[in-house]
Design a protein around this ligand. Structure first.
Ligand SMILES: [Zn+2]
Length: 293
């Protein structure tokens, strides 16, 4: 099977802040995976009043868009880049910094998506529920393996076991998936689709998994703060958490709002032709050629 752009997504037990163990970085932006549970309604409620307050699509509209994307079975690298929304994503948790990251996001009223590694749930079994409350959670496999190196049965077990555990931990179905290192193939795409999950990659890499320090991480993210961007970060890195001090206040300065991936895709849906173009369907992919994850 053809490997599409291996990316570097460091597993919870993978690269440390020093970047050792960074995996191959393809030239294309790729993804990291994790299933995002059906996101909690934007703004904390789905009533007309709460929708008006949040200005975001209803939970039903989000589910409908995820259903459309699942049916297409194509990986998503960015949204339609027509609005003023972006998606911040945090991979490889839960970990020691998760609580701190959530506090910072809440303080700035920023929503995000968390791609959870199943075996790391022991570090914070209640975290997925807290994460879903401020956005969405997704499946990032159980052991963070390089999926193209596994048998079909092993890939299924990695995805399905995590989907079930994260669903239980978050209290909602998990409908988003991100492959570790962004390493995917057509066969892996089909497995994600069969489990009812949309494969979410990214078009902006913070490069935190490559060892960038907090200033570098913040700079890489700020460069990518354009409508429709899906931004890759990791919640198990101290430098990333420190970078949030710069990144979160920068959102307003760049006239964008950070929302969960289901909210982003429903509000600014990628076209089918854009999806078929893969990473090249996202204008900012070139800004971050060494995709991390
Ligand atoms: Zn990862």
């Amino acid at each position: 099977m053809a490997l599409v752009g291996a990316l570097a997504c460091c597993g919870a037990s993978g690269c440390g802040d020093g970047g050792a163990g960074s995996h191959g970085h393809g030239s294309s932006a790729n993804a990291h995976s994790s299933p995002a549970g059906a996101s909690a309604p934007a703004g904390g409620g789905s009533s007309p009043a709460s929708r008006a307050a949040s200005g975001l699509p209803s939970a039903g509209a989000q589910a409908a868009e995820l259903h459309r994307l699942t049916a297409l079975g194509l990986p998503v690298y960015c949204a339609g880049h027509q609005g003023h929304l972006v998606g911040l994503t945090f991979d490889d948790g839960p970990g020691p910094y998760t609580a701190l990251a959530l506090r910072k996001l809440r303080k700035h009223h920023v929503r995000a998506t968390f791609f959870v590694v199943g075996k790391e749930l022991v570090n914070g079994p209640t975290r997925p529920r807290a994460e879903r409350a401020i956005g969405a959670v997704g499946d990032h496999t159980w052991t963070h393996p390089f999926l193209p190196g596994l048998s079909a049965g092993q890939v299924h077990d990695e995805l399905a076991r995590t989907q079930m555990a994260v669903s239980r931990a978050s209290g909602a179905p998990v409908t988003l998936f991100r492959p570790p290192y962004g390493a995917r193939s057509a066969a892996i795409d089909r497995q994600s689709q069969a489990l009812g999950m949309v494969e979410i990659l990214w078009n902006v890499d913070s490069r935190d998994s490559e060892g960038a320090d907090y200033a570098g991480i913040a700079g890489n993210v700020e460069q990518g703060l354009a409508p429709g961007s899906i931004i890759l970060m990791h919640e198990n890195r101290g430098q990333t958490i420190r970078a949030l001090l710069t990144i979160l206040p920068a959102l307003a300065r760049h006239h964008v709002r950070a929302v969960s991936i289901p909210e982003l895709l429903a509000a600014d849906p990628p076209s089918e032709s854009q999806l078929r173009a893969g990473p090249q369907g996202c204008p900012l992919v070139g800004a971050s050629p060494n995709g991390g994850g």
